[in-house]
Design a protein around this ligand. Structure first.
Ligand SMILES: [Fe+2]
Length: 242
């Protein structure tokens, strides 16, 4: 049911978990509803992640970049409904792509910010640690693979640890822009932003240094909670084999 194109529908599955403020439904121009999305607040102070992420980056990244994706998402929602009301199929195609880009941008940033904390880092424990060991061999092997995937993203994009319920397994995936290249039907549980806006003010072109610093602020309990939520969906073919 969620095997439609790429990422947007898979991340809709965790939208309710990621978005702090419940979107408001407003009347569309001609029937139907348009969702109104809000920029979620950061769960910590702007300077909480220093020295690994500067206050200036956090203010710019959250207040300007994510805010722009939320604005773009709201515009796409409105224009998409309008185009559907008018039967303008060329416009529908265009605004669906805008919805995928901006909606994925908003949701990935929400997850990215929520999965960081001060006095964090280290290694996961419990079920998350066990699943990482099962799927990657060891935490160190996983960390090396994740960092290499982040360093290898061409241009702007993300690296994500995703749970694929049909395969009952964790994967590392690269996401170009915000929405291209993801494994269909998978749920991201931990993401790292490697767009230049995420690190250039502090690390300039040293992306590898940014990646290594980021591991110090990973909020593993939050990531573990995401995995637990993702596991709540059990596909029929997996449950039948249990
Ligand atoms: Fe970003």
């Amino acid at each position: 049911m969620f095997m439609r194109t790429l990422f947007i529908l898979s991340i809709v599955a965790w939208a309710a978990v990621c978005v702090d403020a419940e979107p408001q439904a407003i009347n569309a121009t001609n029937g139907g509803t348009v969702m109104k999305h809000e920029l979620p607040s950061l769960p910590y102070a702007y300077n909480a992640l220093e020295p690994y992420i500067s206050e200036d980056i956090m203010r710019l990244h959250h207040d300007k970049h994510q805010a722009a994706y939320v604005a773009g998402l709201n515009k796409a929602e409105y224009e998409l409904q309008k185009a559907r009301d008018e039967g303008d199929y060329a416009a529908i195609s265009y605004w669906e792509r805008q919805l995928a880009f901006n909606g994925s941008g908003d949701l990935l940033h929400t997850l990215f910010f929520r999965d960081m904390a001060s006095s964090a880092g280290g290694e996961p424990s419990g079920d998350l640690a066990d699943q990482i060991k099962k799927d990657f061999g060891s935490f160190d092997a996983f960390k090396k693979q994740f960092s290499a995937a982040a360093a290898g993203v061409e241009g702007s994009g993300w690296v994500a640890l995703v749970w694929q319920p049909e395969f009952d397994k964790l994967y590392i995936t690269q996401i170009l822009n915000h929405q291209n290249g993801a494994l269909s039907g998978s749920q991201p549980i931990m993401v790292l932003d490697v767009w230049e806006h995420a690190y250039y003010l502090q690390y300039q072109n040293r992306r590898a240094e940014w990646i290594e610093s980021w591991w110090n602020v990973v909020n593993w309990p939050s990531v573990a909670k995401n995995l637990s939520s993702a596991r709540s969906y059990v596909p029929e073919r997996v449950s039948a084999s249990m």
